[in-house]
Ligand binder design. Structure first.
Ligand SMILES: [Zn+2]
Ligand SMILES: [Zn+2]
Length: 136
């Protein structure tokens, strides 16, 4: 069994061919793609893939902790195959999302509340976009 298949089986997800391909591709990129970007990347090799399958699979991965969502864009959720806790920075110039290390003691929830996930996000400009004249 491949690592991806083991990873899915461990959280109770049946490792179908399409799910494995989606997980492997998601784990191979640090681009934090949107569901649409995952679909567009895999379509050439998987002509029978549907958008619905990609959306449902990504939602399942998030629910089972195989992937994490990045909510830094009002229009589209991005996805990360690295489910370990870390923060993100989204550049509003070029749209890039990069990983940000969290401090050893991340912000704690209010007393009595149990958090499933800590999301730390920054939005701003990356070094290249800060140097470039603003377009539009
Ligand atoms: Zn940028
Ligand atoms: Zn990330």
């Amino acid at each position: 069994m491949s690592d991806a298949a083991k990873q899915l089986s461990r959280v109770g997800i049946k490792p179908s061919h399409q799910r494995l391909r989606i997980l492997e591709w998601l784990a191979s990129t640090r681009s934090h793609p949107s569901a649409e970007a995952v679909y567009q990347a895999l379509l050439p090799q998987m002509p029978t893939l549907s958008r619905t399958t990609v959306y449902n699979t990504l939602a399942l991965f998030v629910e089972r902790g195989v992937a994490q969502p990045v909510y830094l864009d009002a229009v589209q959720t991005r996805y990360d195959g690295d489910a370990r806790p870390h923060g993100h920075f989204r550049c509003r110039g070029c749209g890039r999302v990069i990983d940000v290390e969290l401090p050893a003691a991340p912000p704690a929830p209010p007393r009595g509340y149990a958090a499933d996930r800590v999301m730390v996000g920054f939005v701003g400009l990356c070094p290249a976009c800060r140097r470039a004249p603003q377009a539009g």
